[in-house]
Design a protein around this ligand. Structure first.
Ligand SMILES: Nc1ncnc2c1ncn2[C@@H]1O[C@H](COP(=O)(O)OP(=O)(O)OP(=O)(O)O)[C@@H](O)[C@H]1O
Length: 287
């Protein structure tokens, strides 16, 4: 499902003394199956933009196309349920939204609310609890007896149980330890690849943006400053600096490896063993 934003503007508390311009003239196309990371310093408008993607917020100017629906500023959006089902949002600390007595009920809540039969919802719960890396036994437990990381996985399973076409992730790894963070980011990446699930990641982690996304969007004071591949974006560190961003170490390392290998490869054609040896010696440079 494609999403297109056309000259979106968003003002909080419009026409009041507290009016605040949060997004200005944002245009972008997010084609089906893409992985986009939205980056920008705090207060740049990332969460505001993200909430437009399933029409939780509607633009105060411009229009957006979400699948086959067009939502125009000033028009009251009707029948947004379908959009809410097709675009699943994992909000920051989604575990705070768990409320049912059992994990199974919590995962089934969303799909059943959207008309899925109880039987089918339970089937999805069994499949998804495993997909998010939890044993099936947790289904009968209270979500509140689980650890914070496990609760977050349950909440994510609840969003996936809606079988969205687009998954929007707002800082999904906030507060997790490095291992939990890596596991979760890999899980989202595998989902994206295996199911061709469009994924839109809002993150403060330049490393995650560089590692997983095909395209990066930079927001700064509510404006879209740049959009491009990680290679495009990270090739201009000075430019990034003015928006309060920096090139992550992983990208420095990638370039160093590439440069070294290119130098070697220009000289002579390396055998696989020589290549492995070369990479091994570069490991030391990283550590
Ligand atoms: N409910 C609100 N009412 C008024 N202004 C708001 C509201 N929510 C956000 N803002 C303002 O809109 C601007 C964009 O906020 P937003 O939360 O979208 O930024 P962000 O990039 O997601 O920030 P962070 O990285 O800290 O989550 C900020 O200036 C913020 O103060």
């Amino acid at each position: 499902m494609d999403i297109t934003l056309e000259q979106i503007e968003y003002r909080y508390q419009q026409h009041t003394p507290f009016e605040r311009l949060a997004l200005h003239d944002i245009s972008m196309n997010i084609p089906s199956g893409s992985y986009v990371a939205i980056i920008g310093h705090t207060g740049s408008g990332k969460s505001t933009l993200l909430q437009h993607l399933n029409a939780l917020l509607q633009p105060t100017k411009g229009q957006m196309k979400i699948g086959d629906r067009t939502i125009q500023a000033g028009q009251k959006g009707k029948n947004l349920r379908e959009i809410r089902q097709k675009v699943g949002i994992v909000f920051q600390f989604p575990e705070h939204q768990l409320f049912e007595e059992t994990v199974e009920k919590d995962i089934c809540f969303g799909p059943m609310n959207f008309g899925v039969s109880k039987e089918e919802a339970i089937k999805r719960a069994h499949r998804l609890v495993q997909l998010v890396g939890l044993p099936e036994e947790v289904l009968n437990k209270s979500p509140f007896d689980l650890s914070g990381g496990q609760m977050r996985r349950v909440a994510i399973a609840g969003v996936l149980a809606m079988e969205p076409d687009v998954l929007v992730l707002d800082e999904p790894t906030a507060g997790l330890d490095p291992r939990g963070r890596k596991e979760m980011m890999s899980m989202f990446y595998n989902l994206h690849k295996e199911k061709n699930l469009s994924t839109i990641l809002v993150t403060h982690s330049m490393e995650d943006a560089a590692l997983y996304a095909d395209e990066l969007v930079i927001l700064h004071h509510g404006e879209m400053k740049k959009k491009g591949s990680p290679r495009d974006i990270f090739s201009s560190p000075k430019e990034l600096e003015q928006w309060g961003l920096s090139v992550p170490d992983i990208v420095h390392f990638q370039y160093m490896v590439e440069q070294k290998l290119n130098r070697k490869l220009n000289k002579t054609c390396l055998t696989i063993e020589e290549l492995a040896e070369e990479l091994q010696s570069m490991r030391g440079d990283l550590q």
